[in-house]
Design a protein around this ligand. Structure first.
Ligand SMILES: Cc1ncc(COP(=O)(O)O)c(C=O)c1O
Length: 397
């Protein structure tokens, strides 16, 4: 991760196909295309890669979450349970529908703690969204059982875990609906883009229409299409899809490189006293996009991050005071800083954030360091980096 590190003639060829016929839009213009339907082709490739019946490409991972929820009927006043450790997109996508994000603690998997999920369920809860953070996953069986017992929709945000599996199933394909991002820094990238994947025909059909102004996509005269319901524009362009098409075909190669680099780093850190690793649920295999490890406390994690920076070890983070990924610094959410009025339901629904504390999440995020695994490192570079990281941690804690 990220896939852009290994851009090649494969991506260039797909993009040039689009430029040669001049159709940048994924729908219509059948005569001009000379047979090129990059978005459709990418959807078919993704369906094979993620072993799901249906894939709807959209404009971003954030759009994928909104479209997935909307496609299953989640909207105004509904509560969606999500983790405290994720990307801001999770609550943005929920609130865009007028729904209410209910944040709950993570456990040592670094995503939803099933006990915290169970405790947060109310009559208004409609969905549980697990976010497969930093290349790994939540306890999918436990979360699925809770959703089954309470008749809740189960959503899987696999934006950061492309290529990981759980009981041999691709992450993103396990819950009722899965969401992917192919933004510029993801394991496979379109530049900007995302996908909703599902085995549910109705959700798929809803996602297909909703992400294109409610168009029914019947026939081949776009102007004559009807609108069974309201929608918006979350379309991907052919140019973006073309890049993704070349990238998805390279996913096995990318995952193999990630795994090799991750393993060298992990083996070196495993020998350092005081270092422990996140729990990967039984049956799970990470995507190896990140290596996450715990140090004894916040102070040692912060000191190590500083020492990494000074010594040129880039792309490692302690998320405790991070503006993007952890509840602690999401003041704009807690203070409801919005350009436009927010509904009474959402305002009231978010009042809990004024008083609720998340000690259990703090405990894990404070001690965690998350390091990006790059695709472009040579083996010598990874070995040197591993030695350096191990030495710095030993000297610092
Ligand atoms: C976990 C997670 N969900 C959703 C998104 C949103 O994806 P996008 O940037 O494509 O909108 C991201 C992006 O980083 C993410 O990390």
């Amino acid at each position: 991760m990220p896939g852009f590190e290994l851009f090649s003639d494969l991506e260039r060829k797909e993009v040039n196909d689009v430029l040669d016929n001049g159709v940048l839009m994924r729908y219509g213009f059948d005569g001009m295309r000379k047979g090129h339907w990059k978005a459709k082709e990418l959807e078919a490739e993704l369906a094979t890669t993620f072993q799901t019946n249906h894939v709807q490409l959209v404009s971003s991972g954030t759009a994928a979450v909104s479209v997935a929820l909307a496609s299953a009927g989640v909207g105004a006043g509904d509560e969606v349970i999500m983790p405290t450790f994720t990307f801001v997109a999770s609550f943005e996508a929920i609130m865009m529908l007028g729904a209410i994000p209910i944040l709950v603690d993570i456990d040592d998997t670094l995503t939803l703690d099933p006990k915290a999920v169970e405790a947060a369920i109310t009559p208004k809860t409609k969905a549980v969204m697990v976010v497969q953070m930093c290349g790994s996953m939540g306890d999918m069986d436990a979360l699925q059982n809770i959703c089954n017992a309470h008749n809740l929709l189960f959503i899987e945000d696999a934006c950061q875990a492309i290529g990981g599996t759980y009981n041999d199933k691709p992450l993103g394909s396990i819950a009722d609906l899965g969401c992917f991002s192919f933004d510029f820094v993801k394991t496979i990238t379109c530049g900007e883009g995302g996908a909703v994947v599902t085995n549910n025909k109705d959700y798929y059909s809803n996602a297909d229409h909703y992400s294109d102004h409610g168009h029914d996509h019947v026939g081949n005269d776009r102007g004559a299409e009807t609108h069974p319901f309201l929608g918006y524009n979350f379309r991907i362009s052919e140019l973006h899809a073309a890049v993704g098409l070349a990238q998805v075909r390279r996913l096995p190669e990318f995952i193999e490189i990630q795994k090799k680099n991750y393993t060298i780093l992990r083996n070196a850190l495993a020998r350092v006293p005081g270092v422990t690793f996140r729990t990967v649920p039984k049956g799970g295999e990470e995507s190896y996009a990140f290596l996450n490890f715990f140090l004894p406390d916040l102070e040692s994690a912060q000191k190590v991050i500083e020492a990494f920076k000074v010594n040129g070890v880039d792309a490692c983070w302690n998320y405790y005071q991070n503006n993007w990924h952890y509840i602690k610094e999401w003041h704009h959410l807690k203070d409801l800083k919005s350009l436009m009025p927010i509904s009474k339901e959402v305002k009231e629904g978010l009042e809990y954030l004024q008083t609720k504390t998340f000690e259990q999440s703090d405990k894990y995020i404070a001690r965690n360091i998350s390091c990006l695994i790059k695709l472009s490192w040579t083996e010598d570079e990874v070995i040197a980096r591993a030695d350096k990281m191990a030495r710095i941690i030993k000297e610092t804690i």
